[in-house]
Design a protein. Structure first.
Length: 170
């Protein structure tokens, strides 16, 4: 933990009651680079890995479309369609949620759905921030070293979904 920060130890608590969703553009399906079955296998391995670490995601939303092939739709980030669908289907309050991603499209999609965005420097994050900073038309509220740093920031700022188990509100 960072010195001076509120003492929230992610690993000391069994279940913080946070809802976690993965929202991912996968136009490679429409392009024929890989199949829905391959993508499902990737998601299964992702869930297995998380499970071994005692973590889980509530749902994974992926978007297999590509405008040139499957026509226009509202689900491709930076459009907010997939995020809005997750909010609707799981009865989540956007005002108590945030988006974490490694691209300006994630920050934009979150903003369009009414939530602040955290940029992680892993994945494409560092490169985009250094070389394509002009594409960030919405400022991230926090730039995190990685997902763990992002998770800590979220806990410290209480941008948590409404349905904490145990019902404790600060
Ligand atoms: Zn679509």
């Amino acid at each position: 933990m960072r010195a001076g920060s509120p003492t929230i130890d992610l690993f000391a608590q069994d279940n913080l009651g946070l809802r976690v969703f993965v929202v991912t553009n996968q136009s490679g399906v429409a392009r024929g680079y890989f199949t829905e079955e391959t993508l499902a296998e990737v998601h299964r391995r992702l869930r297995d890995g998380l499970s071994r670490g005692g973590a889980s995601v509530d749902a994974i939303y992926h978007r297999p479309h590509l405008p040139a092939i499957t026509g226009e739709c509202d689900c491709r980030k930076p459009r907010p369609g997939m995020i809005q669908r997750a909010l609707r289907e799981h009865d989540i309050d956007a005002r108590r949620s945030c988006v974490v991603g490694d691209s300006w499209i994630d920050i934009e999609a979150g903003a369009a759905a009414g939530m602040p965005g955290l940029l992680v420097l892993t994945g494409y994050g560092r490169g985009l921030l250094e070389f394509q900073k002009n594409r960030f038309t919405t400022e991230p509220v926090h730039v995190a070293d990685d997902l763990l740093d992002a998770a800590r920031w979220i806990l410290e700022h209480d941008r948590t979904p409404q349905d904490r188990r145990g019902g404790e509100e600060r």
